[in-house]
Write a protein that binds this ligand. Structure first.
Ligand code: ZN
Length: 298
């Protein structure tokens, strides 16, 4: 059995996962943003105790903020700044009584795909988070690329000008390829004010040209980040997670066509391919944590 912990806004979850990727036990506790560091530590310790009697091989933690994978401490967590510097790995290892490792959430998703999803048996591929947030985890030659100071790719610059991003920059991938961008564009095109991806897909299916053209632009913008990644690392396979899974196959095909149009491949490189994740999204970060245990702790 493998242990996995996931931090989400306002929530911590822990799961016992089989070596085949089946979630056997799941516990959840709220994390109050107003709580003190000491109170949060009590909650974290309480959740970690679910591993104490399970004989898990190890525990893998998926953390949304910046983490120091060497020391196992949280560097920066925007939702819970009182945990900045908190030795999360050490606390969970002590109460869970198992060796514990930590990684950024977007990168861990690739670990879940590597062991339990479409990345099985591959040496290289990219795992892409879509929807409200954007991020990419890259497996390259069997290893998740995780350099100190590296980020998830959301703020890679894909245009010299454009809307301001939440980071304060301009031209970020995130500013043009997430659900908030889609909603703003839907409003500007006089589509339903709160039209999300599902609404646009439904409208396009009835022949609404405005919805169809907005979806095409969204697919093209998503492709921008993937093109850069393909140029640099040639992972070949891109596994899409999150909201765009619910789009129609022609949406995913358009992203792939954009990739094929501006990248090259030959006998030495694989033809780029875009697929939709086949793992349960509700537990994909936890599967990533379990995969991290298999990768780092054997
Ligand atoms: Zn940005």
């Amino acid at each position: 059995m493998l242990g996995a912990v996931e931090l989400l806004p306002g929530l911590i979850r822990a799961a016992v996962v089989s070596s085949e990727g089946a979630v056997r036990q799941l516990v959840e506790r709220p994390l109050d943003p107003q709580a003190s560091t000491r109170q949060l530590e009590h909650v974290i310790a309480d959740v970690a105790r679910c591993f104490a009697f399970q004989r898990v091989r190890g525990i893998g933690i998926a953390c949304p903020g910046l983490v120091d994978t060497g020391s196992g401490a949280i560097v920066e967590l925007l939702d819970l700044p009182q945990l900045n510097g908190f030795p999360l790995t050490e606390v969970i290892a002590r109460h869970g009584r198992a060796p514990t490792v930590i990684e950024h959430r977007a990168r861990l998703q690739a670990m879940g795909d590597r062991w339990f999803g479409q990345g099985r048996g591959r040496r290289s591929f990219a795992s892409v988070t879509t929807g409200e947030t954007l991020g990419v985890g890259i497996l390259y030659d069997g290893q998740v690329i995780a350099p100190p100071g590296g980020r998830s790719g959301a703020h890679m610059i894909v245009a010299a000008a454009g809307d301001a991003c939440t980071c304060g920059g301009v031209g970020c991938w995130k500013a043009v390829a997430t659900t908030p961008w889609l909603r703003r564009q839907a409003r500007a095109a006089n589509l339903s004010p709160d039209a999300g991806l599902a609404d646009l897909v439904a409208a396009a299916a009835t022949g609404d040209q405005r919805a169809e053209s907005l979806l095409d632009r969204y697919a093209d913008n998503l492709a921008l980040g993937l093109i850069n990644i393909q140029h640099l690392f040639a992972p070949g396979l891109f596994i899409l997670h999150g909201e765009v899974r619910s789009a129609r196959p022609d949406f995913h095909a358009r992203i792939e066509q954009r990739l094929l149009a501006v990248t090259s491949w030959n006998a030495e490189a694989e033809r780029p391919q875009v697929v939709v994740a086949d793992v349960d999204e509700g537990v994909s970060a936890l599967l990533g944590g379990a995969g991290l245990v298999l990768t780092r702790l054997g």
